[in-house]
Design a protein around this ligand. Structure first.
Ligand code: PHE
Length: 364
């Protein structure tokens, strides 16, 4: 065997047994690279006499081709093996039942917001939103809470250091009521909206967190009166707590943006040793619990939002979503809502596929 044939046989052997892409590449560089053995042989052709070149040329060219082919073949085989290994390890079982092994759960606050949206959608209410970073005109002034009003101090407001282009102080909204103003400015009455969302107050203990959730309701139309408010809240609370024996008590109260203002209590009673919403509040250990603030929208608020209070009237209400969740699903510490503790989330969370519907039961 000539030297060329020996070299060819040993290189092809080496290529075929290369265990991985890096080994194969090292062999290629050693044989076919700039200073590789085969490259060096090819260079000798130039210095040969025509006869000698005719004799040795084909053997050297054949060597180059044989090694290059062997490398291409081995590379294809290694690539295929790598792909097979990946396909085997990344296998997905497409026949798994839906939800098997599901990890996440829907937070009770999201669940209750979905329940409320479902209940109010059935009554013809759309969902409205507004910014969490508000200005003091929308959060206070337009809601009939002027600069000097004590309610400004009562709200424990988080202010930003800057003012906006119109010189308004910027703040984190302290309630969802500014969405009333934004909605009345943007939409033509009649208006029926709810506005769920985050609100902020500088306050923190077992029943207060600096961030919490409210839901606002607003109805603006002609000839709206307290009777409409009462019916709407009663219908909502019965649907939410999923019982018909919910009793409401409306107490005169005060909010700057409603006149008259009413605070709404629901009756609770004791069933099987547990306090539940509903039943007879005058029975043993029964009583009343405050759940909502509400009232007829103040004419000044309607005017501030650019509508004529002689033509348009309405009612508004606001309540804490977190508190509604606690009352319905039995949690007792508000702070746990926002701790991100997996055990709490697994215990109180809802399955993602159980979307609340009125037909299926809103709290499914
Ligand atoms: N914004 C009031 C609060 O945060 C609740 C409320 C809303 C009262 C609408 C009346 C009407 O306490």
């Amino acid at each position: 065997m000539s030297d060329v044939q020996t070299l060819s046989a040993s290189l092809v052997d080496e290529v075929r047994s290369a265990a991985d892409a890096d080994t194969l590449e090292a062999i290629r560089v050693r044989a076919l690279g700039k200073s590789g053995t085969i490259t060096a042989l090819l260079k000798t052709l130039g210095a040969m006499s025509p006869e000698e070149r005719q004799e040795k040329g084909p053997a050297i060219q054949g060597l180059r081709a044989a090694v290059a082919d062997a490398i291409a073949e081995r590379k294809a085989a290694l690539d295929q093996a790598a792909l097979d290994a990946r396909l085997a390890s990344e296998r997905l079982d497409m026949s798994l039942p839906v939800g098997a092994g599901a990890q996440g759960s829907v937070h009770p606050v999201s669940q209750v917001m979905d329940e409320l949206a479902e209940i109010f959608a059935d009554l013809g209410f759309a969902v409205a939103t507004g910014p969490e970073i508000e200005d003091d005109w929308h959060n206070f002034t337009a809601l009939n809470i002027p600069e000097t009003h004590p309610a400004r101090a009562m709200h424990d407001t988080f202010y930003f250091p800057d003012v906006d282009a119109e010189g308004r102080r910027m703040l984190l909204r302290t309630h969802t009521s500014p969405v009333q103003i934004r909605t009345m400015k943007d939409a033509e009455p009649p208006i029926r909206i709810i506005a769920p969302g985050r609100v902020y107050r500088s306050d923190s203990d077992a029943t207060h967190t600096p961030m919490f959730h409210q839901i606002e309701g607003l109805v603006i139309d002609r000839g709206i009166h307290l009777g409409h408010l009462r019916w709407t809240l009663e219908t909502f609370l019965k649907a939410f707590f999923e019982r018909d024996d919910i009793v409401l008590r409306l107490r005169p109260s005060y909010f700057p943006f409603t006149e008259p203002s009413v605070e709404v209590d629901v009756g609770y009673s004791i069933e099987k040793g547990r306090r539940v919403i509903g039943g007879d509040p005058t029975g043993p250990n029964g009583g009343w619990m405050e759940v909502l603030g509400s009232g007829m929208v103040h004419p000044k608020v309607i005017a501030a939002a650019g509508l004529d209070p002689a033509e348009w009237q309405g009612f508004a209400f606001g309540t804490g979503v977190d508190r509604l969740a606690m009352l319905k699903y039995g949690m007792d510490d508000l702070r746990a809502f926002f701790d991100g503790d997996l055990r709490w989330l697994r215990h109180y969370g809802f399955r993602a596929l159980d979307v609340p519907t009125l037909s299926g039961g809103v709290g499914a």
